[in-house]
Structure formats: structure tokens, C-alpha cells
Design a protein around this ligand. Structure first.
Ligand SMILES: [Zn+2]
Ligand SMILES: [Zn+2]
Length: 310
């Protein structure tokens, strides 16, 4: 159970959502035509990754270039099944690439959607790519469609609607947790919050695990993280609070805020906070580093001094 499974189900999700969108947009036709459209749609769903990664070839994951990315697929489809017009093949392939690939990637990780107008990497990060709540209903819907005699688009449409609602649900929960984290962990300096799916390295079998979130707050002196649970009920139960006595630079990297290490080969000095309090208007932090206890006091906003203990 490892990263390979995530990758496999990530790619499968693109193929299935691409195939489902494609299936809805094309005439139902005979059994052979239906299977062909599932395969061509699946191919359109993974097309952006077939032409290159989003890092080295940003155009493959751009909205503007999506019709170009699938042009070859539409041409092959037209050669195989001449009854359907080329424009319909091309339109359905483009919709599959955008809905089945770019949309899902955006829900999971950073992508250059607006390239070449902007190099900015856009990210929602409300889903883990490989999530069974996405691929399982789609697989079931498409399988039913192939087996049914009539109204074969209906189960596919239902599955796509389910996936869309699931994405909306995840976005809403993410924003609820975000607001709770903001209220719960006030920081006296500019801080950034990320709320992301709580994924582990193993591929969880229990579908409920995929609904959970984790959070992280980061600022130039603090980094705090922990589980958030389904909708924030776990906040405070497993928090890790790291304190950096010396001011660190917060940078935005790959859709996430992180600390820029001063010397690349050296980790900054950090204290694992065990206690935090305010006394006589001063903020104090106590914690450990390498089994040694330290006490720090905020002399002026953003400036911390060690308090010698005896
Ligand atoms: Zn991709
Ligand atoms: Zn992807």
C-alpha cells in the first residue's frame, strides 16, 4: 500500500471521469460504439498527462490548450467511427480533458490552468487524487451503462452528479474548518492557514478516512499542525506546535506556504512548544529542543528573547 496505488487510482479517476463526460455527450449507439466511446473518453481524460507533466510542459494542463491536447484523439475517433461528426468528437474530447482532467487536478494539486496568460499555479486541494468517492461511483455508473439495454446514460449522469456534489461538499467543509482554525489559533503576526485532506502514505481501505482533513498554520515564528477530522471536531486533539525563536521567511511553494530555510543544508532551530501563556502583557513560550527546556518571552511584537532559567 503506497504511492503507486495513489498514482494508479489518480490516473484511473481521470480516465473514468473523462469517459463519463464523453459518454453523456455522445449518441448512445450500439454496444460496440458505447465501449468505443468509453475508451476514447478515457483516453481524453488522461491526454494531458500523456503529452507531458505539468511542470515541464505547462501547456498540457492549460484551459486554452485543452482542445489542442485532444485533437489527435478526435481525429482517430473520426477515422474509427465515421457516423459521428468530427466536431462532436472533438467537442466531447475537449470537455473530457477539461472536466475529467484539469478540473480533478485542480481539486487535488496545483496546475497552471491559465497558461500562457499567467504562470500562476492554481489549486483547490480539497480532494486527494485517488479518492474512491470519485472513481468508485464512476466505475459503477459506466459498468451499468454498458450492461443496460435502454437509458444507458442515466447511471453515468448520476455518477457525474454525485462526484460534483462530493467536490462541493469537500470545498464547503474545507472552508468551515479554515474558519475554525482561524478563530482557534490566533497569531499576532501574518499567518497562513492550509486545510487539506488528511492523507496517509498507506492507501486507506475505510472510505470514511478519505473524508478527513488536517490543518496547518504557518507564520514567521510559528508552525502548528494537527488533525481536523470530518468537519473540525478533531481540532486541538493532536496539535503539534513548533516555535522558531528567530524570524523565518514564509514562502509560497507548489500551492503551499512553507518556511524558507536560511541555510539550505541546515534546519532552523525550533522548539516543540509544550506551554504558551500571557503574563503582565507579555507572551511566553516554553518548550523543548534536544531534551533541553527553553523559555522565551516576546519583548516587542515579533522579537523573542530567551529567558534564562535556574
Ligand atoms: Zn495531470
Ligand atoms: Zn492528475
Amino acid at each position: 500500500m503506497d504511492a503507486h496505488l495513489y498514482l494508479f487510482f489518480h490516473i484511473l479517476s481521470h480516465a473514468l471521469l473523462g469517459a463519463a463526460i464523453f459518454y453523456i455527450l455522445l449518441p448512445e449507439g450500439t454496444w460496440v460504439q458505447r465501449i468505443a466511446s468509453v475508451f476514447i473518453g478515457g483516453l481524453s481524460g488522461i491526454a494531458p498527462d500523456l503529452l507531458g507533466g505539468r511542470d515541464s510542459q505547462p501547456w498540457t494542463h492549460s484551459l486554452l490548450f485543452a482542445p489542442l491536447v485532444v485533437l489527435w484523439i478526435a481525429l482517430i475517433a473520426k477515422l474509427l467511427l465515421r457516423k459521428v461528426s468530427f466536431w462532436r468528437w472533438w467537442g466531447a474530447s475537449t470537455a473530457s480533458a477539461i472536466g475529467g482532467h484539469l478540473f480533478l487536478d485542480y481539486m487535488g494539486h496545483d496546475i497552471p490552468l491559465l497558461y500562457p496568460f499567467s504562470d500562476k499555479l492554481l489549486i483547490m486541494e480539497a480532494l486527494t487524487l485517488g479518492d474512491p468517492w470519485v472513481w468508485f461511483p464512476l466505475a459503477a455508473g459506466l459498468l451499468l451503462a454498458i450492461c443496460l439495454k435502454r437509458k444507458t446514460k442515466f447511471p453515468v449522469l448520476l455518477a457525474v452528479i454525485f462526484v460534483l456534489l462530493y467536490c462541493v461538499y469537500k470545498i464547503i467543509v474545507k472552508s468551515i474548518i479554515y474558519q475554525e482554525v482561524e478563530a482557534r489559533y490566533p497569531v499576532g503576526e501574518i499567518s497562513y492557514i492550509t486545510v487539506t485532506p488528511n492523507t496517509y502514505y498507506e492507501f486507506p481501505i475505510d472510505p470514511r478516512t478519505w473524508l478527513k482533513f488536517k490543518y496547518r498554520t504557518i507564520s514567521s515564528h510559528h508552525s502548528q499542525m494537527g488533525e481536523a477530522g470530518y468537519w473540525g471536531e478533531k481540532l486541538g486533539s493532536s496539535d503539534w506546535h513548533h516555535f522558531y525563536p528567530e524570524k523565518q521567511e514564509v514562502i509560497f511553494l507548489r500551492g503551499e506556504y512553507t518556511l524558507k530555510l536560511r541555510n539550505n543544508d541546515e534546519d532552523p532551530f525550533l522548539i516543540v512548544v509544550s506551554k504558551e501563556w500571557v503574563e503582565d502583557g507579555y507572551h511566553y513560550i516554553e518548550g523543548t529542543f534536544d531534551d533541553k527546556t527553553y523559555l522565551y518571552k516576546e519583548i516587542t511584537p515579533g522579537k523573542w528573547d530567551e529567558v534564562e532559567q535556574n
